[in-house]
Unconditional design. Structure first.
Length: 304
């Protein structure tokens, strides 16, 4: 997807949450959300969309996040972890994960993410007393499948499953604990992807630009009266300047691909979070801009 599509997709989601089908679906899911301890009504979603920062993540950054998530240290979740408290993020290219259902052999695509802060109240059980948690609610989105689904949501993408709650002050490895509200293993994997994306977006590895809404988009947003025409933050891979040879002349090599050298995580003090957090150490990206970026499965070395 292109950066300029981000606001159109966001507007489509706003239209969906303001629709009668969304209200009917929310009524059916109200009991399930009550058991999770928080409200997830269309009104809540619309309020979040109105203030959410918009992001578009370039293909190279998506590929890096795919590989880096495998070894992301499982630090305690912090409310300040995302780059903004409310966010609407679209990926230029989807990533896929294998379904956790043993009877399903499909790889499921994910092409975007929404998040917002939430306070959760878990009712008392025979295992634990009533529990109050602040955390982050994330909702992944994926490509719409059938034409009927595209018409239903009015968008090329649609929500994937229900929202996932990450309680602050605990690592994801505790997310399957009954005492804090069990999370399915595949949900924990998707939460790790989200945390990896947030972490990489805020490091020197990423270059952030902005794309303003064009005139037709501003008119559509103005007519909708729901979503402001805020700019889209463009998250791309920062490139190092080319090194020169000993004689001061630039050395030219005919590379067939690009690659990231020595990718690995390291714990480092994060002033904004006032905590030690993982930082992705990436020596540099090598190879010409017009060649594909190759990423190894096991991180450590990236090749093109």
């Amino acid at each position: 997807m292109r950066p300029e599509e981000t606001l159109d997709i966001k507007l489509a989601f706003a239209g969906w949450f303001a629709s009668k089908p969304a209200a009917e679906l929310a009524e059916l899911e109200a009991e399930a959300h009550a058991k999770q301890g928080f409200s997830n009504s269309p009104e809540d979603e619309l309020d979040s969309l109105r203030v959410a920062q918009n992001y578009w993540v370039a293909p190279d950054m998506v590929r890096i996040a795919e590989a880096a998530q495998e070894t992301l240290p499982d630090e305690d979740v912090l409310l300040e972890e995302p780059p903004s408290s409310h966010g609407f993020l679209v990926l230029a290219e989807p990533f896929t994960i294998r379904c956790a259902d043993q009877e399903c052999v499909d790889d499921h695509p994910f092409s975007g993410l929404r998040w917002r802060p939430v306070h959760r109240v878990l009712p008392a059980t025979k295992w634990a007393e009533e529990q109050h948690d602040d955390g982050i609610l994330i909702q992944w989105i994926g490509p719409s499948g059938a034409e009927e689904e595209r018409r239903f949501f009015g968008s090329p993408v649609a929500p994937v499953g229900n929202g996932m709650f990450m309680p602050a002050g605990r690592p994801l490895q505790m997310a399957q604990s009954v005492e804090i509200g069990a999370m399915r293993p595949e949900s924990a994997v998707l939460c790790r992807y989200a945390r990896t994306m947030w972490t990489l977006m805020q490091q020197p590895l990423a270059a952030i630009g902005e794309l303003e809404a064009d005139r037709p988009q501003r008119r559509r947003l103005q007519r909708a009266g729901q979503i402001p025409a805020a700019p889209v933050a463009i998250v791309t891979l920062r490139r190092k300047t080319e090194r020169s040879g000993n004689n001061g002349e630039t050395q030219e090599v005919e590379w067939s691909h690009r690659w990231v050298v020595r990718g690995h995580w390291r714990r480092q003090w994060h002033p904004r979070l006032q905590a030690h957090r993982p930082i992705w150490i990436n020596e540099h990206v090598k190879g010409p801009d017009d060649k594909p970026l190759l990423v190894r499965e096991k991180v450590i070395t990236w090749r093109r």
